[in-house]
Design a protein around this ligand. Sequence first.
Ligand code: AMP
Length: 283
Amino acid sequence: MILFTSPDEWKQLKSKYFGDQLQLGFVPTMGALHEGHQSLFRRAAEENDICLGSIFVNPTQFNQTADLQAYPRTLEADMRSASTAGCDALFVPEVGAMYGENSPKAAVYDYGELTSSLEGAFRPGHFDGVITIVKKFVEALQPDRMYLGEKDFQQLSVLREMVRREGFATEIVGCELIRSADGLALSSRNTRLSENGKSIALNGYKVLKHMQSHASKRSLEELKAEGRQVLSEVEGIELEYLEVVREDDFSPAKGEPGEGPSRALLAFYVEGVRLIDNLRLTD
Ligand code: AMP
């Protein structure tokens, strides 16, 4: 696996080692790689001639400095993990290589409820940072396909919209959310939880599963209210949101016929760590 640190270096590497005719699959990450990331690398490697990854803890998408500072950084292990999963080249830029020498700034994007609801509402500026950096990556690397996990379901929807609006030729491939054997959504942030914290966090998934298994019989409103109530009573969980939205535009889902798939999404804190999860409720 080749490591590179600037867009210019990629241009040289690409023509020297890979050539311009090969299909390029790209997996952007912030590192602290786990089985969820690896599944993206494996799929990109399978479906493309070259599997390209990035590790970049993007400062402009963090709305809290403490969260940015606490974000796990494990480059040595990540290189092994990416390479094992089929990654051919790994882009690991410094902040200056992506944002120049001045302090990093995001542009402002408004995609309606896609960017203003849920994560957009609770993490002001978050999607501005995400769109800004992924746009830079796509422009610099010009991948044929970009692999994104359903773990960050709203981010996946926002980036699909970004690619459409910008008219990029890159195809977005949404990948299944990978969980631990007991159901906890794998996340780099889980490394900051104790074993007890992990079992508390599992309540989020249990509530989502309960909502899913009752969604054909009961109203989405009722299930949402019940889910919020259950989580508010779990000691050690501080619920930020639990909502049910239409997957197409993130407007509130009513469960009416012809509405299309609905999905429950939630965010909560355990042991000071912010966690997110989601599950499709109806097709
Ligand atoms: P991150 O490093 O958290 O920014 O994630 C990088 C990419 O990996 C994003 O597209 C995430 O949605 C995806 N990802 C993270 N965790 C998982 C998971 N448990 N299952 C599937 N994809 C994931």
